[in-house]
Design a protein around this ligand. Structure first.
Ligand code: UD1
Ligand code: UDP
Length: 347
């Protein structure tokens, strides 16, 4: 069996690695394609080095652009490649534009399409990722769901039972496999921070960072929180220009590599984020997480994890942060978030 695995952006690498490994062990021929949606060394190369992912077999080098330009470039570059490689199956992960572009091409190519992280729904159609998820699921043959809520969404949308596979969370496979190496690093002390004493923040959703009117109250909340505990913020390139001079106690640093970022999460007293993956990782690490959004496509991190949705109101954010610092939630992890999702997918 020949399988193309697609990676394009930061949250894809840690999802694709356990699937590639398990497929390889099962005897499949794995071809790795990097679309080039993310291309800065800090958004791409560092993850290949940290996670020990071999160099991609094919680089599509699509780069940045509007949604249509980026998705269109992925499609135009992936179509001839799929004709040349002739895979039996294409595996796409997550919900980025590269996922959608390669899914649409695969669906019309005759190869089977497998979507890892199927069934997640925020029901917020203003999120480009929601469109990418729904369309990718619609044209997929294999729907690999991380959690029972995702299975429920797929069932209610009318997918056949034989398409839906509850396999657990591949991102957690990678987290557990690399945790000891991350914890051995000096990332926290090198930033002048002490374990258990600081808040870690990430912000990159267009709804939070593209509009200065939406970003200002979030930054005000971070400034307020920084009076109580130091804040460190690895800045995504989409937001780097907007995240300057927040407060002397908010340390804005370049995007962190995978091991450094896991080290920072694991030792944080609190995480505030609008990331999808960080909601899951904090749950498994048992670190309190406040999600700076009104919806989440990962509700299991609320019901069976350490996550809370706090929206964008600065007073509510600061008030909730202070109460979580006083009384952190207990550590618990959803079933099948156990480090073996990649193997279940390969099987
Ligand atoms: C993308 C995904 C988002 C995901 C995020 C993870 C889509 C629609 N969005 O958002 O779901 O949560 O990645 O990080 O696919 N840029 C650089 N260097 C890079 C990459 C991007 O400077 O290596 C800058 C460019 O100015 C670019 C902007 O970031 O225009 C946005 O990049 P893009 O890939 O379009 O979307 P993200 O915001 O990264
Ligand atoms: N991450 C990282 N460095 C950072 C921020 C995030 O390595 O500076 C990792 C994080 O641990 C998780 C993944 O990137 O594994 C999440 O990606 P991101 O937040 O960019 O995207 P999303 O999950 O929101 O789509």
């Amino acid at each position: 069996m020949r399988v193309i695995c697609v990676a394009g952006a930061r949250p894809n690498y840690m999802k694709v690695k356990p699937v590639m490994d398990a497929l390889g062990t099962s005897g499949a021929e794995v071809v790795l394609v990097h679309t080039g949606q993310h291309y800065d060394p800090a958004m791409s190369e560092v993850f290949f080095a940290d996670l020990g992912i071999r160099a991609p077999d094919h680089q599509l080098q699509v780069g940045s652009g509007s949604h249509a330009t980026q998705t269109g470039k992925v499609m135009a570059a992936f179509e001839p490649l799929i004709g040349q490689v002739r895979p039996d199956v294409v595996v796409v992960v997550g919900d980025v534009n590269s996922t959608l572009g390669c899914a649409l091409v695969t669906a019309k190519s005759g190869a089977l399409l497998a979507h890892v992280e199927a069934g997640l729904r925020s029901r917020d159609w203003a999120m480009p990722e929601e469109i990418n998820r729904v369309v990718t699921d619609r044209v997929s043959d294999f729907l690999f769901a991380p959690s029972p809520d995702a299975v429920g969404n797929l069932r209610s949308e009318g997918y056949r039972e034989d398409q839906i596979h509850l396999v657990g969370n591949v991102m957690v496979d990678t987290l557990l496999a690399n945790l000891d190496r991350a914890l051995a690093r000096d990332t926290v002390s090198d930033l002048g921070l002490r374990a258990g004493e600081y808040a870690l923040v990430t912000l990159h959703r267009p709804a939070n960072v593209d509009d200065p009117g939406a970003l200002a109250p979030l930054l005000a909340a971070l400034g307020e929180l920084a009076r109580v505990c130091p804040v460190v913020l690895p800045a995504h390139p989409r937001a780097a220009g907007q995240l300057r001079d927040i407060s002397p106690r908010v340390q804005v640093i370049p995007p962190a590599g995978y091991l450094d970022f896991i080290a920072l999460q694991a030792a944080a007293r609190l995480v505030l984020t609008d990331s999808g993956g960080v909601q899951e990782e904090t749950t498994v690490l048992g670190v309190p997480c406040l999600t700076l959004r009104d919806t989440t496509e990962r509700p299991i991190t609320l019901t069976e994890g350490t996550n809370q949705l706090v929206g964008r109101d600065p007073e509510r954010i600061v008030k909730t942060a202070l109460s979580v610092l006083e009384a952190p939630p207990p550590r618990r992890a959803p079933a099948l978030w156990d480090g073996h999702a990649g193997q279940r997918i390969a099987a």
